[in-house]
Design a protein around this ligand. Structure first.
Ligand SMILES: O=C(CO)[C@H](O)[C@H](O)COP(=O)(O)O
Ligand SMILES: [Fe+2]
Length: 221
């Protein structure tokens, strides 16, 4: 079955940017659609990245949509803090909370776009009960915790399945993919039904993030 083409948003992940030049890096991705902000707590994932103050700094430096990916245990504890710091959308992992329905409801009550995501080893069924209540579904295509990992090919089929479920529901939620996204797999993911691609290491390369964004756009054209 051919999946109809959809406009695909690009969300460069700031995890791979040069933090000494955060403002310039945000300017360099001005042609992207969103800025993806990876928050890691060293518990839910085996790495610590950054938190509320860096999001607040990014917010001051850019008018891009701030797409906050919370890789933290019990994310409900910090939703208000990230909302107040300038998040436009907040995505939580089904594995990180006992109350995923409550968490996505709380994000929407804060006036933000609510996202749900799953690790590559989690059955997609775990997200199904909240699909009608979210603005974004994120398919993790690497095990979360680090940038620069290799794309897990089975993710493509997961995107296709979720595309079918969202279409059945008549949902216009964003279907996002995160991890190992490059110009070589971007088109494949779009054809499977993704509407938003996160990319860190393939955007913030030696020739600058503007060129990285342009390469992905070209691959999708
Ligand atoms: O959530 C993430 C890691 O947990 C990052 O968003 C993701 O890894 C982006 O980096 P890359 O494109 O280099 O894989
Ligand atoms: Fe992410």
């Amino acid at each position: 079955m051919t999946v109809p083409a959809r406009p695909v948003k690009l969300a460069p992940s700031l995890l791979s940017c040069d933090f000494t030049r955060l403002g310039e890096e945000l300017q360099a991705i001005a042609d992207a659609d969103w800025a993806h902000v990876d928050v890691m707590d060293g518990r839910f994932v085996p790495n610590i990245s950054f938190g509320v103050p860096i999001l607040a700094a990014a917010r001051r430096a850019s008018s891009l949509f701030m797409d906050v990916h919370l890789m933290i245990e019990q994310p409900e504890r910090y939703l208000r803090d990230f909302a107040d710091a300038g998040a436009d959308g907040i995505t939580v992992h089904v594995e990180a909370t006992r109350h995923i329905h409550r968490a996505v409801g709380a994000i929407r009550e804060l006036g933000k776009r609510a996202g749900v995501t799953l690790n590559p080893g989690t059955p997609l069924e775990a997200a199904r009960p909240v699909l009608a209540d979210v603005d974004l579904v994120l398919v993790m295509s690497v095990n979360p915790g680090f940038g620069g990992q290799k794309f897990i090919p089975a993710s493509v089929e997961r995107v296709r399945t979720l595309r079918g479920w969202l279409d059945e529901l008549g949902s216009d939620a964003e279907l996002q993919v995160d991890g190992g996204v490059t110009p070589a797999n971007a088109r494949l993911l779009a054809d499977a039904g993704a509407t938003c691609l996160v990319a860190g290491s393939s955007v913030f390369g030696p020739d600058g993030a503007a060129a990285g964004v342009a390469r992905l756009r070209e691959a999708l054209a």
